[in-house]
Each structure stands twice: as C-alpha cells, then as structure tokens.
Design a protein. Structure first.
Length: 596
C-alpha cells in the first residue's frame, strides 16, 4: 500500500472560517454497531474518507409507477422500458437541495472542482480528511474491530445542518458496518465423492424423462439444462441485446484459464471464448492463477456457461470496507457495492440480466442505506434489467451457515430473538433466488428465506403470501418474523455440489451464490427467445412471476425446510413458500408462454 505525504491530504481543503455561515446541526441517524464489532482505537485525523451524500429523490414515486406499468404483463405499457435519461430525470434531486449541499460543502472549504456527482445528480461525492468530516457531520469516528479481525472506521450517529435534513436521505460511510460477503456455504474437493455409487437413473417429473444420475453428486451445466428443460435450445450469437452480466467484489477475480478448463469439461462449444471485462473504480482483472476467486469463478462459469453464446460481461469493483488502523492512507472504506451501482446506472446500455452473489443480514445495513440501494435497483428495473440475488445461506438465521455461531438477536438494543432476513434479497425490486438440492429436487436446508423488516410486502405478493401464512399454525413463530414484510425468495434453483474449476482443478461449491447465476442464465435464455420473436426483454421480472399462469410453470418444491435461530425454520409447501419461492424454472414451459 503506497502512503501519500501528509501534506497531500490538505492541499485542496481549508477548514471553515469562523466568520462564515454557522450551521445548526440536528441528528440525522443513529445506528447500533452490529454484534461482533467493538471500538478498537481512534483513527488518524488525516485518514481520508470518500464521503457519499445521497440527495432525496422527490419524484421516486413517479419512477416506481413507471416500473410497475412496464413490468406488469397485463398493462398496455408492458415491456416499454425507459431510457437512461428518462430515469435520471425522474430521480434527480430538486434544485434547492443541490444548492444547499453545495453551500454546505463550500462553507467548509470544499472546492466545487473536488466534487463528483452521479449521472442523475442524486449522489454527491467528495474525498475529505476525517477531521473535517467529523466537523461537518458533528460526530466522532472510531476504528472498530470485528471478531473475525476486520477493521472499519465508522460512527454510530451523525448530524446534518437543519436546512439539509429533508434534502438528504443518507451520508456514508458513517453508520454502515456491513461486511458484504459471497453467499457460499461449503467448498469440497471432488475426491470426496464416489461417482460410481449413484443409481443408474434418476426419475424426474418434467418434460425431460430422465436426468443423468451423476447430477445427484455433481451439478454441471448439462445437469441444469436437463433439470430445467433447456436441452436443445441454442441462443443466437448475434443477438447483442440479450446480454448477461456478473458482478464481483473483494478482490474476487474470474480466472480465464479456469474458465477454459470449465468449458472443455462442460461447454465444449464455448472453448476459446471469453467475456468482456469492465473495471469499476480500479477493479482488477488479475489472471495470476493463485489469485483466482472461488466465488468469481463459480459465477462466471455457470452464468456464462448456461447462457453461451449470449454476450457476457464481468464487472470487477475495487475496494473493501476493512481498514488497517495504523495506516494513514486514501484507501476506500465504503461498501464497494454502492460504487458498482452508481457506475452501472451511469451506463447507457447495461446487460439485460445481472447476477450478484453477495449480500448480508439485513439488520447490519442501516435502513436509510438499504432503501437508497433498493431505489437504485428500481431504476435498473425500469430500464429493463433483471437483477438476481441469492436469498442467503443461513436458513432463517443471519447468513452464517454454522448454526452454532448464528446470531438471531435484534440490533436495536433490545436483543429480541428474531429471524434474520437478508439484504438485498428483501428489496422488492430484485429477484431473490433460493436453493434446492438432489434429483428430484427438494429445498436445501441452508436456503435463506423469510420476510423483510425494512420493506413492506409489495402488492404483487399479497395473494400468495396470505395463502402461505394460513399454512402456519396460529402462534407458531409469533414475533419472530414480520408478517407484513416483503417475502423472499421469489424462485429457486440448484444450489449444492456445483462442479467449479478453481486454480486448475475441479472442486464442489454449494450455496445460494450458485443459485443466482443459474437463474440469471435461464432468464438470459428467455430474453433471447423473446427477442427472436420481436418481443422486449423481461426487465424487472417479479410482477410477471407472480401471475398465476407463469408461476404455475415452475417446478413446485414441496419438501424441505430452512432451520435457523434454534427453530426448524419455514417449510417448503405447495405454491409459494419462503424457502424456494415458486420453485425452480422450467425453461421449455416458460418459453412457450413468454415467447410463443
């Protein structure tokens, strides 16, 4: 890590002149540090923070109305997705808010040339020394240490000048203690499995009479196509509008040599092909085999393998929250996900389907931040992008697959026992994917699912969730989950024993992080089929999925449960349930219905 001279931190900035306008501050947000974090020390006053200021979007409700209309197959505007400039205009802040923010920053010596703005002007960013940030926000930061050894520079409260309270939704990094991690539960070598002890045939009740028996031991692209009735469909290699993307964080690099081994093993027609690489804020494409990432390899191999030859994009976003407390540096200490979201929203033509396999327990993310990120997903949906996210790997627990160390207490100072929903899976503008295992499929026990505490239930879920809640005996899990919250997942896909190539060898990977790219690959194939018939891409797919004739095409999963927090969790049952959603996709049936 290169350390810059101390003087470099202060050249662009001067502290407020005592004679300049004095602001009267009021508390904007308080947030208890999540379990596992304790104060470690005081950070250097010269530590640089990239301050991200999210201005209120006064017309978001209008954007949301557009989103519902273009995403509802029964509406006359279905499929008429908005362009980037139209979305930007709908989420832009009002002029008064922009002017006040600039006045505030200027009063602390911040030059306008040091400020950057998002495409819609709804985010303002500026890199400042911590000492100045503390003065501007009337707060004090500390270095916090997690029991796992990570460090963050954060505060548990901050204030804003009174005139700005109604114009700013969120300022970060302040109260954000999230540890944005890949959703994977186990990684095993294939030497642990004996492929010879599998029955000769595995009967499966679908258009495919049989599934290769080894699919009960090792999931491949062929297994997924057999299970989900996509054998024989060949997408166009010249249809550049049916595109698919995968995101990566935390120095997870997708290794191209491993990808070629995967293609040789499972998708021979793709051998020699690769993906478009896009760097976000300095994200690298390091091809040193020793730096290959299990998560990144899993995601690109199965999303791109399923969708081949549909055009493929891999995003590498730099940065991670942990901070080394004895280093005075300009290292970004923000959650890198917001950097990616800002970047892709600025792009005029993002992939039509994007899979992300990272998330965390909802309560570790301040609600203000979660809501703004969720509104970003809504913007992508209105522009015709399908976003898939894993439902989590801890059952109804906190995302930790080890029941012995799960945390299931609220973070509000009351320490109430409660199921722990996942974020971003609980956002109503994304498609959350649960996990199954085996042939025939059952719900896998680690599959996250439940009901958001931040986001209310969207209307498209009303009927199916009310029906599901009636299956729970009265008084069961009373107070452990929010009966009026957004339910997740929406659908499911295989999530265990994926045959991934990693550092020149094949390993077995399990987790809902495998389910998300699988679902994304199926949606990309459906987009291709629709485009070949002159139909628009699916875009935000949830309102469509919850139509009875569409949900009925899915392979309903009725066996299994997702234990956590000392309980058996929720049961898979007929119809929608908070462990597998509507079940797993049947591409053939969906194609007949959506691309006749």
């Amino acid at each position: 890590m290169r350390l810059l001279p101390l003087i470099a931190f202060f050249v662009p900035f001067t502290f407020a002149d005592p004679n300049t306008k004095r602001w009267v501050h009021r508390v904007k947000e308080t947030f208890d540090a999540p379990r596992g974090w304790t104060k470690h020390s005081l950070p250097s006053p010269n530590h640089m923070i990239e301050l991200q200021i999210g201005l209120r979007q006064p017309n978001f409700h209008i954007l949301e109305q557009h989103l519902w209309e273009v995403s509802d197959p029964d509406h006359p505007r279905y499929g008429q997705h908005l362009f980037k400039d139209e979305v930007d205009a709908l989420v832009a802040p009002d002029d008064e808010g922009l002017e006040l923010v600039h006045e505030w920053l200027s009063s602390y010596g911040v030059d306008k040339n040091d400020i950057t703005r998002s495409s819609a002007q709804d985010w303002v960013r500026v890199t400042l020394p911590l000492q100045l940030v503390e003065e501007m926000l009337d707060t004090s930061y500390h270095v916090w240490q997690h029991t796992d050894g990570d460090y963050l520079v954060r505060t548990t409260h901050y204030s804003l000048p009174e005139p700005l309270l109604d114009h700013i939704d969120v300022v970060q990094p302040t109260t954000l203690f999230g540890r944005w991690k890949g959703m994977k539960s186990t990684v095993l070598d294939f030497e642990d499995f004996d492929l010879g002890n599998v029955a000769n045939t595995a009967k499966f009740d679908s258009e495919a009479d049989f599934v290769d028996p080894t699919c009960n031991i090792s999931i491949t692209v062929s297994c997924l196509k057999q299970l989900y009735n996509a054998i024989g469909y060949v997408p166009s290699d010249c249809n550049n509008y049916s595109t698919i993307g995968v995101t990566a964080y935390l120095e997870q690099y997708a290794n191209e040599a491993d990808l070629q081994l995967f293609y040789h093993d499972q998708v021979p027609e793709a051998v020699g092909s690769t993906f478009d690489f896009i760097s976000v804020k300095g994200g690298l494409n390091d091809q040193n085999i020793s730096l290959a990432g299990v998560e990144a390899n899993l995601d690109v191999q199965f999303a791109f393998g399923l969708a081949f030859p549909i055009p493929r994009t891999f995003y590498s976003t730099a940065g991670r929250p942990p901070f080394i407390p004895d280093a005075t540096s300009t290292e970004n200490t923000n959650e890198p996900y917001n950097d990616w979201l800002d970047f892709v929203l600025s792009h005029p033509d993002p992939p039509r389907v994007i899979s992300t396999s990272y998330g965390e327990a909802e309560q570790t993310v301040p609600e203000s931040y979660a809501r703004r990120a969720c509104q970003g997903f809504a913007q992508l949906g209105a522009r015709g992008v399908t976003m898939t996210f894993p439902s989590g790997d801890g059952g109804v627990g906190d995302g930790n697959p080890d029941p012995a160390t799960q945390q299931c207490q609220t973070n509000d100072g009351q320490n109430r026992t409660q199921f722990m929903p996942s974020f971003p899976a609980g956002c109503p503008y994304v498609t959350a994917i649960g996990a199954t295992v085996n042939v025939p499929e059952i719900a896998v026990d680690f599959s996250g699912g439940g009901f958001s505490n931040y986001f209310p239930r969207p209307s498209y879920q009303d009927a199916v969730i009310e029906a599901y809640l009636k299956t729970i005996p009265e008084g069961t899990y009373e107070g452990l989950f929010n009966r009026s919250g957004r339910g997740f997942p929406d659908i499911a896909a295989q999530g265990s024993r994926f045959r991934v190539w990693y550092q020149n060898t094949s390993i077995s990977v399990s987790g809902t992080s495998a389910s998300s790219p699988t679902a994304a690959g199926i949606f990309a194939l459906l987009n291709d089929a629709r485009l070949s018939k002159g139909l628009p891409t699916l875009g935000f797919v949830n309102p469509l999925l919850y139509k009875g004739k569409v949900s009925a095409t899915f392979n309903d999963i009725t066996v299994g449960n997702n234990p956590g927090c000392g309980t058996p969790g929720f049961n898979a049952t007929k119809g929608w349930d908070p462990i597998t959603g509507f079940g797993t996709p049947n591409f053939g049936r969906l194609k007949e219905l959506l691309a006749p």
